[in-house]
Ligand binder design. Sequence first.
Ligand code: PEP
Ligand code: MN
Length: 381
Amino acid sequence: MIVRMEVGIDPNSQLVTDVVAKAQQYGLRPDVRLEKGTHYPLTEIYLLDGERVRSCTVSDHIFRLPGVDTVERVTPSMVTLACNGVRDAHHIQLGQSIKIGYGLPCQPIIGPCTVYPDIKWTVRELAQMGIKAIRGGCWKPRSSAYSFRGFGRKALCWLLEAAGDNGMEIVWTEALESKHIDEIRRVKKEVGYTGEIGIWIGARSAGNQELHVELGKQHEFPVIIKNGIYERMVRQLFTRVEFVLAGPMHWREDGTLDEERSLPRGNNRIGICVRGTESLDPDSPFRFAPNHSLITTVHEKSWAPVGVDPSHSAGTMRNDLVLKNLAAALAYGPDFAIIEAGYPDDCHGRCDAEQNIPLGRVPEVLEMIAQHNRQSGLVMT
Ligand code: PEP
Ligand code: MN
């Protein structure tokens, strides 16, 4: 639970002491914090689980005392993610000139679903359009056992060589399992790529806890977590983000957490991406039900940057659904947009070819995002 005091109330005031005393009376562990905030400082009291009492078992109305502005129920993950709240949203530096976070311009991340041998040509074309952040899948999770699963390590070499040759600042790719993190590290060295690499956790890896934990133990690669196909609630996403934020954990032989050795040292260069969830409407032209409104919830509840993938839920350029999807998502103010583009026109057999934005229409996409940034008065700081 988070108790937020009214603006102007000092952490040392009697009103705060009263809340703290009440929390102790109920067996909870109060943690008083003065959050700097972007606009004004605010006193917040985090009511953490006590030795014998879990915060979720105590009613919140108990803390609606004089001087209290709001009492918010949050899951344990939401406590970590809410530290500093939206008032101090994290801005994450990626490469030399790219920063993502709430209040900054929406950043495009553009590239093909899957890396094929012609990636060199695609990346050169994207670079000529001024694109500095690209995406490309090397290990592909598929719905059918008989579909192409990506060229793996070989594809990563092509992708990083192309990125290096064309001055890309950051390349995003998907890790399907923990061992891919090391593989990415080794290929980066082998190719001599000096830019940044970001790793995304795809919708089908929502249950892969080990991958989350391993990405949390390293600080070299920033991470984007996409919502799982059946993951409709922001708090489910936050629970997974927590595994990356937590970092290495140590437990004593009796199974209790050794807090001294388990200070939060995880990877906090992390963003969340909404990509649509299972569609319950058999007549919908969308492959997945768009869930753009979660962008607002994440912004309100956490400091984490949140972006959109308008490609996978739309699933077709035939009716320009990808672009309509992007336009709808921009209304919610995503901090970044990951968009599949860059296959040649004749690419029918390729992975996710139906939703590919042909290279010729990429400038249109860039202009949509640029126009949104201009109209929203978003400038890079
Ligand atoms: C992808 O980005 O190509 C991908 C497989 O995405 P998702 O995990 O969202 O389906
Ligand atoms: Mn794809």
